[in-house]
Design a protein. Structure first.
Length: 145
């Protein structure tokens, strides 16, 4: 029984990794710079429309609520597992706010939006999350560029 449970967790983690890698690849698709091989600065910078979609008071409230709901769970799990869960939660949040696909690319392109919103709206929750993730900020825990 424990072995099948472990397989289920590993299978879900693998599916998440593939999905997040895909979001990172999509976000990285863009023109090359004049030296060739590097992404253009327009591919790395979020558009004002995408930045506005995720950077709203309502989006911040939803992100804070999602993080708050994981506080007790993250106290008992490893930082690695917390990071996986955080990435799943952040991608779900971005899709809910910005639309499936475009919202997900937006969070990969501008990972700092998670810190900006939570620092302003729920600094205590942000601090607990950063501690549980073992990073200096939320952006550092997100998979992507």
């Amino acid at each position: 029984m424990a072995q099948s449970s472990l397989r289920g967790v590993c299978g879900r983690a693998a599916a998440v990794a593939v999905a997040l890698l895909g979001a990172g690849v999509i976000a990285g698709c863009g023109g090359s710079d004049s030296a060739g091989g590097g992404a253009s600065s327009s591919a790395a910078a979020p558009s004002s429309a995408s930045a506005n979609r995720l950077n709203t008071p309502e989006a911040g409230r939803k992100l804070c609520d999602a993080l708050r709901s994981r506080r007790s769970q993250w106290e008992t799990q490893s930082q690695t597992r917390n990071r996986i869960d955080f990435n799943l939660m952040a991608q779900r949040w971005a899709a809910d706010i910005g639309g499936l696909g475009s919202g997900n690319v937006d969070i990969v392109r501008d990972r700092s939006v998670a810190d900006t919103l939570t620092a302003a709206q729920c600094p205590d929750v942000r601090s607990d999350a950063v501690h549980s993730l073992g990073t200096s900020d939320l952006a550092s825990a997100l998979v992507g560029r």
